[in-house]
Design a protein around this ligand. Structure first.
Ligand code: ZN
Length: 154
């Protein structure tokens, strides 16, 4: 394992211990709830959109370390982005953790604009955890679409 990989693991542990943007905000104009029955992860995502920009985003819920860290880091990654930038980040993230082509972690770390989210590149080696990492992103997508009130990864 490279030092870089170790560092990213530490980042995930840190976000699990101290989730950022955690808790229901006083106001939000988009929200959706997600559930990953494979692991029992639950998350609700609250988003405030102004002029197509994610002005505020927060989450609450309970789940494993991967799902909590993924939610925390998702909120940091998309705040201030346009909704289409947020969607494209989801596509890149999904590709990284569940895409067809194997990538090595260091390559992903230099990858297409994922920044700290590259910490989750190692998740692809644990297929059972992929849904833990992507749940919050699926839930975000639903919130942006204002579609289903409940998303499951099944
Ligand atoms: Zn989980």
């Amino acid at each position: 394992m490279s030092d870089l990989y170790e560092l990213y693991q530490e980042l995930i542990l840190d976000h699990n211990r101290k989730p950022r943007n955690f808790g229901r905000p006083e106001a939000s104009d988009h929200e959706a709830e997600g559930y990953n029955p494979l692991c029992g992860d639950r998350v609700t995502v609250y988003v405030t959109i102004r002029d197509d920009v994610v002005e505020d985003v927060a989450f609450e819920g309970s789940g494993c370390a991967i799902s909590t860290a993924a939610a925390s880091m998702m909120t940091e990654a998309i705040k201030g982005k346009t909704t289409s930038e947020a969607r494209s980040l989801f596509e890149k993230f999904h590709e990284m953790v569940a895409g067809p082509a194997p990538q090595d972690v260091s390559a992903a770390g230099n990858g297409p604009g994922l920044g700290k989210l590259a910490a989750f590149a190692g998740v692809r080696r644990y297929p059972a955890r992929v849904k833990c990492a992507t749940l919050v992103w699926h839930t975000l997508a639903a919130a942006l679409e204002k579609k289903a009130a409940l998303v499951t990864t099944e």
